[in-house]
Design a protein around this ligand. Sequence first.
Ligand code: IPM
Ligand code: MG
Length: 368
Amino acid sequence: MKATIVTLPGDGIGPDVTAEAIRILSTVADLFGHQFSFESALIGGAAIDTTGTALPSATLDACRASDAVLLGAVGGPQWDAPDAVVRPEQGLLALRKGLCVFANLRPVRVADCLADRSTLRPEVVRGVDLVVVRELTGGMYFGDKSRGPGEGGQEAIDVCRYSTAEIERVARRAGQLARSRRGRLASVDKANVLETSRLWRETVTRVMAEEFPDLIVEHVLVDACAMHLIRNPGGFDVILTENLFGDILTDEAAMLAGSIGLLPSASLGAPGSPGLFEPIHGSAPTLAGRDLANPYGAILSAAMLLRHGLALDAEADAVERAVEQAWVTGFIPADLTDSSTAPYGTRAIGSAVAALLSEAATPATTAR
Ligand code: IPM
Ligand code: MG
């Protein structure tokens, strides 16, 4: 297969981890006979410094014309001034909106060999295999914002808005995913307080009853969900939720796996349109360029790119198997090691995964 992949390394450790994800995709191309061409473009702080905007139109055009987009991370203290007019994060939000990737899949799978590295007890996290489907292009992230004089000082407003159609499309995506997994869906909202959540619950209830009667559906309030996630995470299969709740719950869920550095994501829109694939971690500016970043989230995002972006399931499986083997073999990055073991660096982990991938794909020559 021929595919054009736009890479957006971004800021901080973004370039470090993206390089390893590209290494893995190139290895896959060699082993499976594909032709991937990589086109790098600017986003975030790197784009602000060069062009004055966080998402140059050339970047959005290249992404729209591509088969898939691989992103590192955006942000950093040098662009964080409270009065800054452009912020790196705006580039990411504009890209999500511009590609119309409304469904953000964030899987959390706890590998047996890493179960004792979580801050939670191993018996709580062992066997966890859940996916959060986060609505990504609506809600408070994209509502009108304003600031002005108000009673007792200033007043700031962030509008949270959802339409039936926006809820329906992401609910369908979550329903299809739950059907391909263990058939359970927990829809998370705050319907006891918020009007948007009442529309959310009503719409999800209807879509599930009409189109997914085979699924076991429950509605969970977001505060209770935050609690159940660390009380009994094994009870969840697919969690469907709105943008802001999904942002918060996925950072929490990351700790089940031991570190946010391990978690990948896929942001998908209409079938046939390019998806956006990125680790869920931030730009960790203090680790940038020091060979310290955990590249697994980016590498697993590359696996999601193969599966969801290019429909290359066998290739995605191969990458995930190589990653798991790297964990079992002991290729553990700094964010998951205690002081008694020396961690592996970003590049060493990338080359170990590439080597394991090649070994598995090349049949061993039998000794005569
Ligand atoms: C994420 C991040 C982003 C978000 C930031 C960088 C804007 O936290 O992808 O979870 O809030 O969506
Ligand atoms: Mg987040």
